[in-house]
Design a protein around this ligand. Structure first.
Ligand code: OSB
Ligand code: MG
Length: 368
């Protein structure tokens, strides 16, 4: 595609309820929406950073600065580019993967719209809908957690993930298991534990969890391998898997037996596909993680999760799980516990420009 510019916006989307993880509570989703301006039309992407660098080193103002100062100008200097060249073009800039992913997605959307192809067809999806799991934040107490989980099960979600942290681990998990029996259940610690907590984490073994996600810190690959040997629950990595290379290393070290794929975290959907492919070759299950995406990333995630190696339900939930008002005209909905893979051209979404403008708090356009 012939790139003419990029429009970046910071959006604030109010959350339907506060979302609490081991690193804090959010009541508003701050996200950067990218519009690629090309001679063949526009494309949309999003940078899934959060305002504070607690999940990873990336954060909104950092992504904004890196994108406007370095990443977008490098792509605009090239002028004409195909989406598959973007990651290579930006490789000499270290990190800033969420920012890179947002730019790549916007160009992918523009290119596929121009070709009249859907993102799912481009990726080679093998399903027209994917089972939907939901990520449930830490609640006031285990009883409130049981209430929240019950609500999501009533809506039809097919797998529950609960957030845990030290002191809110075994009791919370036990409460959910006791209340709902043999539902597909997993936990996510967002790096909140250390190897010294191995005995506590081993207590979770009795709950027959699908997996425990990211118990230790991002760079604790060897410690994760040590911990994995002490647990019956499979260890899944999220934060640690920043690239296909990191995935290869984690599998070689036996630090994980399952991998969570998030396009933003790994620098783009195309890198996410590479991780899918290598895990599939290695017989390692993967699932699609989420970053409270708007309708843009939510549509892209539904397509990614429809690749054959995604054998576990992802955090691919309905827009209504987080938002009362999305920025697309047809937000993702839950149908019999599933989310449909979009079939329209590009990501298969139309932007609600009124909602987009209403939710925009900052905006900048950079042109060739
Ligand atoms: O660790 O998977 C995570 C949200 C923000 C940052 C990290 C994570 C999450 C979630 C929510 O668990 C997943 C979703 O978008 O539904
Ligand atoms: Mg996680």
């Amino acid at each position: 595609v012939a790139l003419e510019g990029f429009e970046l916006r910071v959006l604030h989307l109010p959350l339907v309820s506060p979302f609490t993880t081991s690193f804090g509570t959010e009541t508003v989703r701050e996200v950067i929406v990218v519009r690629a301006l090309t001679s063949d039309g526009d494309g949309w992407g999003e940078m899934v950073t959060q305002p504070v660098p607690t999940y990873s080193s990336e954060y909104t103002q950092g992504a904004w600065d890196a994108a406007l100062r370095f990443l977008a100008p490098a792509l605009l200097d090239r002028g004409t580019i195909v989406p598959e060249q973007i990651a290579g073009e930006l490789e000499h800039f270290i990190g800033h993967r969420m920012a890179k992913a947002g730019l790549e997605l916007a160009v992918l959307d523009a290119a596929l719209r121009a070709q009249g192809r859907s993102f799912g067809e481009y990726l080679g999806v093998t399903r027209d809908r994917v089972p939907s799991g939901v990520s449930v934040g830490i609640q006031r107490d285990p009883a409130a957690l049981v209430d929240a989980v019950g609500g999501y099960l009533d809506e039809g979600y097919m797998r529950i993930k609960i957030k845990i942290k030290p002191g809110r681990d075994v009791e919370d998990t036990a409460a959910v298991r006791d209340a709902f029996g043999a539902i597909p259940l997993q936990v996510d610690a967002n790096s909140a534990f250390t190897l010294a907590d191995a005995a506590t984490l081993a207590e979770l073994d009795r709950f027959d969890l699908l997996l425990i996600e990211q118990p230790l810190q991002e760079d604790d690959l060897v410690d994760h391998a040590t911990l994995a040997k002490q647990l019956r629950t499979p260890v899944c990595l999220d934060e640690s898997i920043t690239s296909a290379k990191a995935a290869t290393d984690a599998l070689a070290l036996k630090a994980a037996s399952i991998i969570n794929i998030k396009a933003g975290r790994v620098g783009g959907y195309l890198e996410g596909v590479r991780i899918h492919d290598l895990c599939r070759d290695a017989g390692v299950p993967v699932w699609c993680g989420g970053m409270l995406e708007t309708g843009i990333g939510r549509a892209a995630n539904a397509a990614l999760a429809a690749l054959p190696g995604f054998t576990l339900p992802g955090d691919v939930s309905a827009s209504s799980r987080f938002y009362t008002r999305d920025i697309v005209t047809e937000p993702v909905v839950l149908e019999e516990g599933h989310v449909r893979v979009p079939t329209g051209h590009g990501l298969g979404i139309e932007i609600d420009l009124v909602a987009l403008d209403d939710l925009t708090v900052a905006r900048e356009t950079i042109r060739r």
